[in-house]
Ligand binder design. Structure first.
Ligand SMILES: C[S@@+](CC[C@H](N)C(=O)[O-])C[C@H]1O[C@@H](n2cnc3c(N)ncnc32)[C@H](O)[C@@H]1O
Length: 272
């Protein structure tokens, strides 16, 4: 499925830099409802051991802890984990935030009842290895709950727009493939006994498409990296494309920017 010649370790090292250079905690707070909805859909049970993979500042970890789970978040950007600790401390929630790679989770086999990932594991370059890790750390009969941007939704289109100006290394699979049921069924295969997926929408809000761009250019690693590294003319063209994408999907008219973005909410049960 993957081009063997791609140096996935180098791709991942670069991605770690990209996510570190931005500050996704500035965006994660606005996505809180996605984590809350996911926690309800997977029906977090008090006392369960829950892992949030590629947790950032804990947007899905915190809703699990609020439901009295023993919650652990793992991410490969230490600064985001620190922001997660601050958020947890503000609510007096006991959450363990641990540095680690989604493709090589620092946990024993079958050590969690529930494994979550909100717009996180989908970004690790080796999709199969990541899916194998989510399954490995989940106990038989346990659940995997994910929120993944779809390829055709607005965020999927945003990634395609960035990739059209700054293509990823050949052979690296696009993250929004995780937002399709077919891809999930291929990755998890018969190691899951159930897989339910529902398309939901998240509404991005900002003052205007331009202010959205300025905010994301500053804090969202993938857009920041593209803008920092493209030649100035290409960067201006990307900026214009992204602002136009938001403008053409804006449902708030002249008052503000409100755009709806599809994501796939997934619950899979590990075969027992
Ligand atoms: C879009 S952010 C989502 C963060 C968080 N789940 C949220 O919803 O706020 C993507 C996150 O994935 C993390 N990430 C990407 N690839 C990773 C990997 N291979 N291992 C661990 N974390 C990874 C990034 O550091 C970043 O925090």
């Amino acid at each position: 499925m993957i081009n063997e010649k791609v140096d996935l370790a180098a791709v991942k090292q670069r991605q770690q830099q990209v996510w570190s250079d931005g500050d996704f905690a500035m965006i994660g707070g606005s996505l809180a409802i996605v984590g809350e909805n996911l926690a309800e859909t997977v029906n977090v049970v008090p006392g369960e051991r829950v892992l949030d993979v590629a947790c950032g500042s804990g947007t899905a970890t915190i809703p699990a802890a609020r439901r009295l789970a023993e919650a652990v978040g793992v991410d490969f950007v230490p600064a985001l984990l620190e922001r997660g600790r601050e958020r947890a401390a503000a609510e007096r929630l006991e959450i363990e935030f641990i540095e680690g790679d989604a493709e090589q989770l620092p946990f024993e086999d079958e050590s969690f009842d529930l494994v979550l990932s909100e717009f996180g594991a989908m970004f690790a370059p080796d999709h199969q290895r990541t899916a194998d890790e989510l399954l490995r750390v989940c106990r038989p009969g346990g659940r995997i709950g994910m929120a993944n941007w779809t390829p055709t939704g607005l965020t999927g289109q945003t990634f395609m727009t960035v990739a059209s100006r700054m293509p990823p290394p050949p052979g690296v699979m696009p993250p929004p493939l995780w937002g399709t049921e077919d891809h999930l069924r291929t990755l998890f295969g018969d190691r899951v006994s159930e897989l339910d997926a529902e398309t939901r929408q998240f509404r991005f809000r900002h003052f205007s498409p331009e202010s959205w761009f300025d905010f994301f250019r500053r804090y969202f690693g993938p857009i920041k990296a593209a803008m920092d590294n493209l030649p100035p003319e290409e960067g201006e063209a990307l900026k214009a494309d992204l602002i136009e994408l938001m403008r053409s999907n804006n449902v708030a008219g002249d008052r503000a920017m409100m755009v709806d973005s599809d994501y796939l909410e997934v619950v899979a049960v590990k075969a027992g």
